[in-house]
Design a protein around this ligand. Structure first.
Ligand code: ATP
Length: 374
């Protein structure tokens, strides 16, 4: 759960069984989702997975085919967008080109007939660090600055929820990274719920407290960035967030809280709590481990590897030095058509292509996926 010490701005966003179909095509399957009040929530997934449709149903820009949308205790399913306490920031910014920055931000207040807007607009411009730019026109600002104007213009309406639809999509990589931190800072400062749509896993991981990974119209897994990274439940999540090594294995026995699996000629150990596959004997499991959790040892030194580590043998296929780490590709009999990437090893001149090696890692850094489901 996500906690916040901010004042209550109206509670959680709750989606209850909402779905969206276009003719015979289902863009979003019935979805139950709670976005805790005050959290930074990301909907993450590849193009076409239904994340924008989900966001648009929260905004009221798209009518759900079934289900209900609640903001706090209020059901808003049939309210038009402008009656919902929600604002959306789009990738295109949609600023008014003929108005200066001050007037762009003041727009929502003026429309509501508020006369003295100066103090509020200045506060908002300070929040997004554009106090100095208030008399410029949008075309005189950089992409990142324009994006911040769009955020200020939405926030001045004091929405309970800010929806962000790929807001950084038009920016170059460096600016994107800066704006990710900037948006995170703004969200922490104002304390309202941000729901952010992105296809960029790093972006979601950097910014969000909670990430919903979507695939083909469904949420595959919901969790904190570390949770999703360290304990993915499906091959899709394991591969979408970073690199995973997946080894085909079969359940052999259980010892205490661990499962022992057969893989090739050897065995691997996995905490049962970290296995999302059935753990009956003979069951097929994909055993996963993240590249940076693996240690690489020359076969001559294998005697020094501590007991209780998962280990597989192989040969180095290639190695590339990438500054802080070296990335190795290993050919292993345990997974013949499989390559293992290993990072963060000390430089050892014997670790050259063709060398016999042992890969080893802690069972605690191992996860198990359902092979039947992938
Ligand atoms: P992207 O990042 O490309 O916007 P997305 O995950 O946000 O992808 P959606 O825009 O939610 O995906 O679309 C989900 C699916 O619904 C897509 O396959 C899309 O083609 C389809 N879709 C969206 N709007 C319509 C529509 N008005 N009519 C028919 N199909 C639609």
């Amino acid at each position: 759960t996500v906690t916040t010490n901010k004042t209550d701005h109206g509670g959680d966003v709750r989606l209850s069984g909402i779905s969206k179909t276009y003719g015979s095509f289902t863009a979003v399957h019935p979805l139950d989702l709670t976005v805790p009040h005050g959290s930074f929530f990301a909907l993450l997934g590849a193009s076409g997975c239904g994340k924008t449709t989900t966001l648009r149903m929260i905004a009221g820009l798209e009518e759900p085919s079934s289900g209900s949308v609640f903001l706090g205790d209020q059901e808003v399913t049939s309210l038009p967008p402008y009656k919902r306490p929600v604002n959306t920031v789009f990738q295109s910014y949609a600023l008014f080109p003929h108005l200066d920055i001050f007037e762009n931000v003041a727009f929502g207040l003026r429309r509501r007939g508020i006369k003295s807007v100066k103090k509020q607009v200045e506060e908002m411009l300070d929040l997004v660090q554009l106090g100095e730019q208030s008399r410029k026109k949008p075309h005189q600002l950089s992409g990142g600055q324009q994006q911040r104007v769009a955020v200020a213009r939405a926030l001045i309406n004091t929405p309970r929820v800010l929806l962000l639809d790929e807001p950084l999509g038009a920016l170059d990589l460096k600016l994107r990274r800066q704006m990710q931190l900037e948006l995170k800072r703004i969200q922490t400062e104002v304390g309202i719920t941000f729901i952010h749509v992105t296809h960029d896993q790093e972006e979601a991981m950097t910014m969000a407290d909670t990430v919903a990974v979507m695939n083909a119209g469904r949420v595959e897994q919901l969790g904190s960035p570390t949770d999703l990274y360290e304990n993915p439940h499906t091959t899709f999540v394991a591969n979408f967030l970073g690199t995973s090594n997946l080894i085909e294995a079969e359940v052999d026995t259980k010892t205490g809280d661990d499962i022992v699996l057969k893989a090739g000629g050897g065995k691997l150990v996995l905490p049962e709590a970290r296995c999302s596959a059935p753990t009956t004997t003979g069951g097929k499991v994909l055993v996963g481990v993240r590249p940076e959790k693996i240690s690489l040892t020359h076969a001559d030194d294998a005697g020094e590897i501590p007991e209780g580590r998962n280990r597989i043998t192989g040969k180095i296929a290639s190695g590339s030095f990438i500054g802080v780490s070296t990335q190795y590709v290993i050919d292993s009999a345990v997974c013949p058509e499989f390559e293992v990437y290993v990072q963060n090893v000390d430089r050892d001149t014997r670790l050259v292509p063709g060398a016999d090696v042992v890969l080893h890692w802690s069972p605690a850094h191992t996860f198990g996926l359902d092979a039947a489901q992938s």
